[in-house]
Write a protein that binds this ligand. Structure first.
Ligand code: TPP
Length: 346
């Protein structure tokens, strides 16, 4: 028997097809979202394809299925805004303007990596694009992000902070301590929760009380809060734009719960559904609501994108991906003499 516990509950692009909303966007702007999501998808598929070669000496956590969350949210941020996140970093880094060669070099642990080979996939760091820090400790980056928002407020910066987290991070005390403080001080920060229903292999129903919706819990702490369809890039973008505006204008912190499904296993390459924690039918169910394909279908229906242009975009990305892998593989490995660089002690 097929068991689909977590079903898609979004409205798709129907509200945008006839409504006025999409008319307020420039064509190039809309196509960019498609390109950015497809780019993340194709890069991760190539990472996955090559992961078994065992040359990428870094644990990986793929974001395939959740691309609209990264692209829609980061699309509402300014280049100088500061982003913090957990272990699932690739989509956020790339959507924030990250350098693909630097990311791939980091996964191959080369000196040309964005964290100089010291971070790996779970610790991408790149000041030049506002990738301020990521932590493999669940909720570990959230108090740090909140501290950065305090700094922004105290020194009157124009940038704000976006802190990305998974649904498991709201089970950590550090998260609630941080948001309590952020509300109290009206800090300029957006907490963006990617709810994909799982913490490794544990479904949300065994971890959080039934019907206790995450965004409502956040709302009860005083955050301006909303839940969105995390497979719909326009819905994510519009909510993020509103929340970012709210936080930037000094009204206080905001929270978004973005619901999308993780297609691949928690970590590594491939799907791990065969281990029994979820029914492969559930993965297939969500694959019908592919954030990249459903958005393409929407653009095609609106006569904004056609098959030929789509192919050209895809070819361009594929070439960029190969170039980035070649760059990473041919970059120098760290040397022993460099071991103590960036290490501080009294
Ligand atoms: C404090 C802490 N506890 C446990 C772990 C082990 N762990 C790594 S990832 C993960 C699940 C995180 O789930 P979620 O935050 O929902 O993000 P997702 O992986 O679904 O993107 C856990 C429990 C950890 N890294 N840190």
């Amino acid at each position: 028997m097929k068991l689909i516990k977590y079903k898609y509950s979004g409205k798709g692009f129907a509200p945008y097809l006839s409504g006025l909303k999409s008319n307020s966007y420039e064509k190039e702007f809309l196509i960019r979202f498609y390109r950015d999501m497809l780019r993340i998808r194709l890069i991760e598929e190539e990472i996955e394809r090559r992961y078994h070669e065992d040359e990428m000496k870094s644990p990986i956590h793929l974001v395939i299925g959740q691309e609209a969350s990264s692209v829609g949210s980061c699309g509402a941020l300014r280049p100088e805004d500061q982003v913090y996140c957990g272990h699932r970093t690739h989509g956020i880094y790339l959507a924030k303007g990250g350098n693909l060669k630097a990311m791939m070099s980091e996964l191959y642990c080369r000196t040309t990596g964005c964290a100089g080979s010291r971070g790996g996939s779970m610790h991408l760091f790149d000041k030049s694009v506002g990738m301020a820090g990521s932590s493999a400790i669940v909720a570990g980056a959230i108090p740090i992000a909140t501290g950065a928002a305090l700094k922004a407020q105290l020194t009157g910066e124009s940038w704000i902070v976006a802190a990305f987290l998974g649904d498991a991070a709201v089970e950590e005390g550090a998260f609630w301590e941080a948001v309590n403080f952020a509300v109290l001080k009206r800090l300029p920060i957006l907490y963006f929760c990617e709810n994909n229903f799982f913490s490794v292999c544990s479904p949300i129903e065994v971890r959080q009380p039934e019907n206790a919706e995450i965004y409502k819990k956040a709302e009860s702490f005083g955050l301006k809060s909303v839940k969105v369809d995390g497979t719909n890039v326009l819905e994510v973008y519009e909510a993020s734009r509103n929340m970012v505006e709210y936080a930037r204008s000094g009204k206080g912190p905001a929270f978004i719960e973005s619901v999308a499904y993780r297609w691949r296993g928690h970590g590594g390459a491939g799907d791990d559904s065969h281990t029994g924690y979820r029914d492969p039918a559930e993965v297939e169910h969500w694959q019908q609501f592919d954030p990249v394909k459903s958005y393409y279908d929407f653009l095609e229906q609106k006569n904004l994108l056609d098959g030929e242009t789509r192919l050209a975009i895809s070819k361009e990305i594929e070439a960029e991906v190969q170039e980035a892998f070649d760059f990473a593989i041919n970059s120098p490995n760290p040397i022993e003499d460099d071991l103590y660089t960036h290490v501080y002690s009294d």
